[in-house]
Design a protein around this ligand. Structure first.
Ligand SMILES: *Cc1c(COP(=O)(O)O)cnc(C)c1O
Length: 351
């Protein structure tokens, strides 16, 4: 197979070792002589996968028994609604840092009052708002750690006096954080964790059960906590592959090693963006994401030519999101520094 440099924003690159482990399990899962996708999710072999997949998350995040780990379905987009359903009684505070944050706000507004206490909409979301106050009259504060489409990333998090909820879909497990600061973290698996199909939720149990509304069974976190993510059939393939990937992260040295790797890759690309006069970055430098780098050609009429040169060099997934244009290089954990060097080579040759 020819090596393709996969800069896709999601679904996205996974380590070859993880893909191989999945191929093996699709043929013969845990010596059952059955495929992973044809055995009961209640089999002891799959229950062991789910148990490990839940516990490795707490291990990587250094969290204790006051947190629960859930593997749900419906993507991060369903969490926009589920968070509000389970936590919003009177009003909630949100920051608006781009498309995904805006969608989270829209869903919460369907269920209650929402104040947007920080926004970067004035500059097409090219920075992270920082001067806002979180007051105790809100039920919770919601933020988005990494803005996949705009290429901005929160480098620090507020000390919130109320439950802190964070959409970490596109930078989960990319760096060590004090995860105990957060009360609810969610992420669609398909960016930096595994294949599409599973949604990770990490929730501190004591924030639940406080709203007066009746919560439909499937949208109630307590349903899934009490059944250990097995209330209904879980996305078995995605959970298995996510576990394989989280074990790969552990073998590489955990989140510290991921941060070192991701910082190196981002450094290589941003220094080319800044030094190559054909290109320019689109975000405030201090808020640049180490996961998704967004940039443009100063002369847009060269866009198609540049993409053709990328295709020639087997560089995949570089076209920017339609709401920003230009280019976006997604550099999730499994991408190698050599993949970034291949892109930098094309940018230099193009110049
Ligand atoms: C991709 C993405 C989503 C949407 O995820 P789905 O699982 O497709 O619903 C939400 N938030 C962020 C930050 C994302 O990058």
């Amino acid at each position: 197979m020819t090596k393709v440099h996969n800069f896709s924003a999601g679904p996205a690159v996974l380590p070859r070792e993880v893909i191989d482990e999945c191929i093996e399990a699709l043929g013969n899962f845990a010596n059952t002589n059955l495929s992973l996708i044809e055995v009961s999710h209640r089999s002891k072999e799959f229950v062991a996968v789910m148990d490990d997949a839940r516990s490795v998350v707490k291990e990587l995040m250094n969290l204790g028994d006051d947190y629960e780990v859930l593997y749900l379905q419906g993507g991060a987009s369903t969490q926009f609604l589920m968070v509000a359903m389970n936590l919003l009684e009177n009003k909630a505070a949100y920051t608006d840092t781009g498309t995904w944050a805006s969608k989270a706000i829209k869903e919460a507004k369907a269920l209650g009052n929402v104040d947007v206490i920080g926004s970067s909409e004035d500059k097409n979301y090219n920075y992270i708002p920082k001067d806002y106050n979180i007051t105790t009259d809100y039920d919770y504060f919601h933020c988005t750690s990494n803005n996949t489409i705009y290429g901005t990333q929160m480098k620090s998090f507020p000390n919130s006096p109320i439950p802190l909820v964070c959409d970490m879909s596109s930078d989960i497990f990319s760096r060590p954080l004090d995860f105990s600061k957060f009360d609810l973290i969610y992420a669609g698996a398909q960016k930096n964790m595994g294949p599409a199909g599973a949604t990770l939720v990490v929730v501190k149990k004591d924030i639940l059960g406080k709203v007066s509304r009746k919560i439909p069974t499937m949208l109630n976190y307590n349903t899934h906590i009490s059944k250990e993510s097995m209330f209904n059939t879980p996305p078995v393939f995605s959970v298995f592959a996510s576990l394989a990937n989280l074990n790969w992260i552990k073998r590489q040295g955990g989140l510290e090693a991921m941060e070192a790797r991701n910082t190196e890759k981002a450094g290589i690309l941003y220094s080319e963006i800044d030094s190559n006069e054909l290109f320019e970055g689109t975000t405030a430098i201090e808020d640049r994401s180490i996961m998704n780098a967004t940039f443009v050609l100063k002369d847009e009429s060269l866009n198609d030519k540049f993409l053709a040169a990328c295709a020639e060099a087997k560089i995949n997934g570089l076209k920017g999101h339609r709401s920003v244009g230009g280019f976006r290089a997604s550099m999730y954990n499994a991408l190698e520094a050599d993949d970034v060097r291949a892109l930098v080579n094309v940018m230099q040759t193009f110049k």
